[in-house]
Design a protein around this ligand. Structure first.
Ligand code: SF4
Length: 167
């Protein structure tokens, strides 16, 4: 896995103060992509055990409510991401949010395995003509914020209930 940046404290991607990681490499080419420089894996730094330890330390901070994983495309990574998320959940018990261009219904078993550790999935490609700056935590109105814990419990897609009307 390679990554473009880690933000120790991020208030833009998910609720509360979160640590975020932007992985690099994405098979999609959305027009108006908010992170074009992360589409190519070549732009990323190679992930190492010491980076993993550093990130776990950030997420463990009492000021941080969880981890947000963005890209690039988190669901087109090797097992480094699966291992990281498993460790974050086991060691910190904090919430994990993940943004993907894939729709939930499209995911294969390997991608679903990554989501076992994820609480909230923001899914779908960024679509320029559906762009809406008023939306929270997503760029275009086709994207959904899915509560994966409730989705797993109920066996159907459940939208995260943390938004106010119009968000
Ligand atoms: S899925 Fe995300 S990172 Fe990939 S091209 Fe689309 S907006 Fe950019």
């Amino acid at each position: 896995m390679r990554y473009g940046q880690i933000r120790k404290y991020d208030v833009a991607n998910g609720p509360g103060i979160r640590t975020s990681i932007f992985v690099t490499g994405c098979p999609f080419k959305c027009e108006g992509c908010f992170n074009e420089e992360y589409q190519s894996k070549e732009n990323g730094t190679i992930w190492t055990k010491s980076e993993e330890d550093r990130l776990i330390k950030f997420v463990s901070s009492k000021h941080v409510s969880g981890l947000s994983v963005l890209g690039g495309e988190p669901l087109a990574q090797d097992d480094d991401l699966l291992n990281l998320l498993e460790r974050v959940k086991r060691e910190t018990k904090k919430s994990i949010w993940l943004w993907s261009g894939y729709r939930f219904e499209q995911l294969n078993q390997k991608q679903l395995n990554v989501l076992k550790y994820v609480d909230v999935l923001v899914d779908g490609l960024f679509i320029l003509n559906k762009k809406n700056l008023k939306l929270k935590f997503r760029g275009s109105s086709n994207q959904r914020i899915i509560d994966l814990n409730k989705t797993r419990d109920q066996g159907k897609i459940v939208i995260w209930s943390g938004l106010k009307p119009g968000q």
